[in-house]
Structures are given as C-alpha cells and as structure tokens.
Design a binder for this molecule. Sequence first.
Ligand code: NAG
Ligand code: NAG
Ligand code: NAG
Ligand code: NAG
Ligand code: NAG
Ligand code: NAG
Length: 362
Amino acid sequence: MEMVKLRKLSFSNAYSSHSVYSFNYIVYICICLLLFVTNANGFSPTIQLPTSGLFRNTSYLSKTLVLNINDFGAQGDGFTDDTKPCTHAPTAITFHRCKNLKVRNLTTINSQQMHMAFTTCRRVAVSHLNVLAPADSPNTDGIHISASKRVKLTNIIVSTGDDCISIVSNSSRIHMKNIVCGPGHGISIGSLGKANSSAYVQNVSLDGAYLFNTENGLRIKTWQGGSGFARKIKFQNVWMKNVSNPIIIDQYYCDSSSPCPNQTSSVSIDSVSFRNIRGTSATEVAILFACSESFPCRRLYLKNIQLTSASGGITRSFCWEAYGKSSGLIYPAPCISSGEMIIGVNVKSNSTQRHKVDYALL
Ligand SMILES: *[C@@H]1O[C@H](CO)[C@@H](O)[C@H](O)[C@H]1NC(C)=O
Ligand SMILES: *[C@@H]1O[C@H](CO)[C@@H](O)[C@H](O)[C@H]1NC(C)=O
Ligand SMILES: *[C@@H]1O[C@H](CO)[C@@H](O)[C@H](O)[C@H]1NC(C)=O
Ligand SMILES: *[C@@H]1O[C@H](CO)[C@@H](O)[C@H](O)[C@H]1NC(C)=O
Ligand SMILES: *[C@@H]1O[C@H](CO)[C@@H](O)[C@H](O)[C@H]1NC(C)=O
Ligand SMILES: *[C@@H]1O[C@H](CO)[C@@H](O)[C@H](O)[C@H]1NC(C)=O
C-alpha cells in the first residue's frame, strides 16, 4: 500500500513578469492535489505543467499563496494517511517550465519513479522536503534537475533506490544546502553526454550534507562521445558513513550491457572542488577520478579530506588523466597531477599531450 503524506505546498511569486506562470501552476497543483486525495485511479502518474493556460490576468495574484491539503478535505497533519482511497496514488511531481516557484514542507512516501523533477525551470526554491522509497526500487531519484537555472535545495532528506539528487543537461546555479541522503545512489551530476549529446552544467554547489550507505557519494558522470562541459562545481562540508565511491568522477560512464566504445570527444570537466569531506568508505577506492584521455579533468581541487575504511582496512585514490591540486590533510593520499608535472611529460606530441600543455599554461 502506497501512501502520500502532503502537509503543505506553498508557492510564492514576486510579481515578476513571469508570475502569470506561477499562478497557472498553482491552479494545476490544486487540481492535482485534489486528484491525489480523491481519486487516483487512472490518473497520469506524472503531473505535467503546461507553459500557458487558463489565467492570463495577473491581478488574480497575491504575493504569497499557500495551498493546504486541508482545503481538499484531507487531514494533512502528517500523521493521517490522506490517500486511503487511492491505492497506487501517484506521488511524483514534474515541474516543467516553471518560474519563481517555492515548494516547501512536502513529504512523499514511496513513489515508483522520480519523486520531484524540475525541467526547464528558473528560480526555484525547495526546502523541507522529505522523500522516502525502498532502497531496492530502481529509478526513484529524489530530486531531478534538468535544463534549469537558479535552483536552491535546502533541508532535504532523501532515502530512495536511486540518486538522491541528480543534476543533468544545461543546468546552472544549482545550490544545495543541508542534504541528508541514504540509502540511494548519492548526489550526482550527470549522466551527461549520452548518445553524443551536448550538455552544459555550471555553477553547482553543495554545502552541508550527510550521506550514509549510499552507492556513491559525490559523483560526476559523463558518457564517451558527448560534448560541452561540467564546470565550477563545489562540494563542501560533507560527512559520509559507509559510502561506496565517496568521491567519484567517471568520464567513462556506460550503463549498457555491452561496453561503450571509447571516443575522442567528451563532456569536459573543469574546476571541481571537494573541501572538508570526512567519514567512511565502504570500498577501498575512496577517491576515484577516471577522466577522459582527450579531455582530461582540469583544475580539480581537494582540501581537507578524511575518508577511512568502514571495515577497518585501508583506502586509496585512483586517478586517470586527472589534473589539479590539493591542500591540507588528505587521506587517502591524493593522486591528481599538478600542472608542473604535466609540462614534464610533454615530450611526446599527440593530441592528449597538447591538452595537458594548454592546462599547464593557464
Ligand atoms: C512546515 O510544517 C510544520 C509542521 O506541519 C509547521 O510547523 C511549519 O510551520 C511549516 N513551515 C512552513 C515554512 O510552512
Ligand atoms: C543543451 O543545450 C545545447 C545548446 O543550446 C543543446 O544543443 C542541447 O540540445 C541541450 N540539451 C538538452 C538536453 O537540453
Ligand atoms: C557517436 O559518434 C560516434 C563517432 O562519430 C559514432 O560512431 C556513434 O555511432 C555515435 N553514437 C550515437 C549514439 O549516435
Ligand atoms: C557562474 O558563476 C560566476 C561567478 O562565480 C558568474 O560570473 C557566472 O555568470 C555564472 N554563470 C552562470 C551561467 O550562471
Ligand atoms: C556498508 O555498505 C555495504 C555496501 O553497500 C553494505 O553491504 C553493508 O551492509 C553496509 N554496512 C552497514 C553497517 O550498514
Ligand atoms: C577506454 O579507455 C580507458 C582508458 O584508457 C580504458 O581503461 C578502457 O578500457 C577503454 N575502454 C574501451 C571499451 O576500450
């Protein structure tokens, strides 16, 4: 039996030129919530919000509109199961082309797919969100962000069978603060560049997180053959407990059963920092940077890292084509190469070496 617990959904808008959209969303969310609590049978599992619609007159707007599930006859107290009539209630919400949206105080339990997705959104703030799904349920990302700009996620707890938070294609200014994640697949940028596609992700930050029993901790994954970049990414103040792959950049990501051929193009990875990351690793390789030969990772930065083994053994780092620097105490010992060393190996002249020199001269 699935349950949905919805306390309050609040939306505000700031009387901007985009506010007309917000109002449409509110109307749709009203309808959707009504469906949630009254009759979920046959209702589409994902709410798709349209880009234009019923209300064009902005005079209907108030500064802040708060929607309460109580208005639809449910208890909404966080204790009562508001969806008793709905076996298999939809608990996933997709916001498409939203602007100036605030979502807070929302608890969903056990969706069978992504819980909350933002695609092509601008200026979104999500806070006090609680997502729970069984650890063995696939494709149940907590929050998925795609082609969106200026998204703030604060005080989020995610426990699912897939990524806690995933950030993909063409997203920028994504800021995460106080995130609790586990079990699940961790916090992920990517996958990017699948099927030779272009992806541009930049200005992403995470400040304050606790990850436990997750399959990955902080991850960036790209496919061979893509183009574009993932850059200006900061992870800091993260506590990990028994995390497999606590720090991982994988530019050879491939989830098909047959191996993906290596290609000369790749989504490039540049300016990624990891600061104050502590805790335990469930695997020996606690820091893994597997970067592309044609587009090596550049300007990686590690500061104050302590990742010991959860089972009492040792941990180590693995690097392939990973360039940058580190400072402070780092365990396991870092393996990223500095720019100076790159000049030293520039005796051969193939295309890979050329990239390294470019970096060394920056
Ligand atoms: C969130 O919900 C809790 C409990 O229902 C309530 O006490 C609190 O005021 C709500 N916060 C906001 C910002 O709506
Ligand atoms: C990302 O942006 C690029 C360039 O504007 C575009 O070609 C590509 O299709 C976009 N990708 C996605 C998934 O939106
Ligand atoms: C991606 O590009 C490579 C090289 O041009 C080509 O061999 C491959 O078939 C392309 N893959 C897809 C999914 O289009
Ligand atoms: C990224 O952040 C820098 C400042 O750190 C800012 O100058 C730049 O405009 C931002 N770019 C995007 C696409 O948000
Ligand atoms: C640690 O993680 C491993 C791998 O995910 C898992 O098998 C093991 O049960 C976890 N240990 C604890 C104490 O949770
Ligand atoms: C791709 O290149 C990497 C790094 O050289 C290598 O480890 C891997 O085996 C290659 N994969 C394939 C499918 O050739």
